[in-house]
Design a protein around this ligand. Structure first.
Ligand SMILES: Nc1ncnc2c1ncn2[C@@H]1O[C@H](COP(=O)(O)OP(=O)(O)OP(=O)(O)O)[C@@H](O)[C@H]1O
Ligand SMILES: [Mg+2]
Length: 290
């Protein structure tokens, strides 16, 4: 989870150098310990997932493991079922009228499709970032980030501190600290996308799903998001859908190739791009179709 904000300890004039030194050592030890704890991420295992829109089977007998603290890219031609898969992971697929899913999506052994599982808590644990930055139009920068916390009914927390911490975590703090009460929609596209990521990380999820998070952004804003993804994987398990092969190459530890609702191949990103097992993967990654 998000490590505690590193606030400098109160320094008093009578505090000896020795004491300050020992405080620093303690703080460093604490930070180390907390980052070691944070590194214990939560993997996701999908087994025998079928996803339907009415009678149409859009995702077919899909099996995959998304390892903890890794970035997995989902690639494949348009309509191959990438968005459907990610929406099944946090049970958003079933919100579409006529859509349903069967199979198992296990977060650390807990099947999110089990009877009695609370959908709201599934969505808190498995956050989602969309293609188009979607800040709430009537809300300020601050309220946009606080919204997730308020929606999930987080109680007994210091809202202000959590919002500030999330904005720092996505590298947006310096850019927005003087306009926290201004509309979120007044930010640039790249800033809006980082704001949406801040909204997602503020609730301290375990998994972050990103469906083409950079497709509406320019190369500079894209690079910032990619750097951020690289930092976030220390704390979260990340699944990213992308059409951009270079992006998958830059951010993903492993890459999964989908075609017509099926998983064709999943392996280390370099292998998928240089020496895939399946000829269809090879044709896709070399731009011969899709
Ligand atoms: N809301 C919907 N209602 C009916 N069918 C849908 C719906 N959304 C997707 N589908 C169908 O499900 C299949 C998989 O679609 P999906 O959106 O998951 O593909 P994708 O790989 O994300 O494509 P893209 O790269 O274009 O975003 C397609 O045949 C699509 O037409
Ligand atoms: Mg899609």
């Amino acid at each position: 989870m998000i490590p505690p904000e590193t606030t400098s300890k109160e320094t008093t004039t009578d505090m000896s150098t020795e004491r300050r030194q020992s405080d620093r050592t303690e703080a460093a030890a604490e930070a180390k310990e907390s980052s070691a704890q944070d590194a214990k991420g939560h993997g996701v295992n999908i087994e025998a997932l079928n996803a339907y829109y009415g009678d149409q089977l859009a995702v077919k007998n899909f099996n995959i493991a998304f390892p903890a603290n890794e970035v997995t890219a989902l690639i494949g031609p348009s309509g191959s079922g990438k968005s459907t898969v990610v929406r099944c992971i946090n049970r958003m697929h079933e919100e579409i009228p006529g859509a349903r899913a069967e199979g198992s999506v296990a977060l650390d052994g807990m099947n999110v499709y089990e009877d009695g599982v609370d959908v709201t808590s599934v969505r808190r644990l498995i956050g989602m970032v969309f293609q188009k930055p979607n800040p709430f139009p009537t809300m300020s920068v601050f309220d946009n980030v606080a919204a997730g916390l308020r929606l999930t009914g987080a109680r007994g927390i210091n809202l202000r501190e959590r919002v500030h911490r999330a904005l720092r975590a996505v590298g947006l703090w310096d850019e927005v600290k003087n306009r926290l009460d201004k509309p979120g929609t007044g930010l640039s596209g790249g800033q809006q996308q980082r704001l949406c990521i801040a909204r997602t990380v503020a609730v301290e999820p375990e998994v972050i799903l990103m469906d083409e998070p950079c497709s509406a952004l320019d190369p500079v804003a894209t690079l910032k998001i990619e750097e951020l993804i690289d930092e976030l994987k220390d704390r979260y398990t990340i699944v990213i859908v992308t059409h951009n092969m270079q992006q998958a190459g830059r951010v993903a530890d492993s890459t999964a190739f989908m075609l017509e609702g099926e998983l064709i191949e999943h392996g280390p990103t370099t292998k998928i791009f240089t020496n895939p097992n399946d000829e269809r993967t090879e044709r896709y990654v070399t731009g011969k179709f899709g």
